[in-house]
Design a protein around this ligand. Structure first.
Ligand SMILES: [Zn+2]
Length: 109
């Protein structure tokens, strides 16, 4: 039996698992799952399938760096085109923003 590459204690079992990317379920994929730490490993072929599915769903390469700008006394954040298209955002549309802890900003449409 294969040992887990991460915790080095558990053993790996083949299982089909749900794969989530940016909160969307991409479907079930064959993985080796550690019975101790729960880490999941995908082989190269499965990895390609996941990438393909992510591209089909428009989720590939959507995460991006952006900079905070200034508009008068407030700050604004430029949203990359891919995110605008994915969420179908329009100028003037109202969204709700709030922090989640000190490191994360949530924008809800
Ligand atoms: Zn492990």
């Amino acid at each position: 039996m294969k040992k887990c590459y991460i915790c080095n204690e558990g053993t790996l079992e083949k299982r089909k698992v749900d794969y989530f990317l940016l909160g969307e379920n991409l479907g079930k994929f064959e993985a080796e799952v550690c019975n101790k730490c729960g880490e999941q490993f995908f082989d190269e072929e499965v990895d390609e399938q996941i990438t393909k599915r992510a591209k089909e769903k428009g989720l590939w390469g959507i995460m991006a760096k952006t900079k905070i700008g200034q508009a008068g006394s407030t700050l604004d954040i430029r949203l990359p085109k891919k995110i605008i298209e994915f969420l179908d955002l329009k100028k003037g549309e109202e969204v709700i923003v709030y922090p989640e802890g000190k490191k994360r900003l949530i924008i809800e449409t």
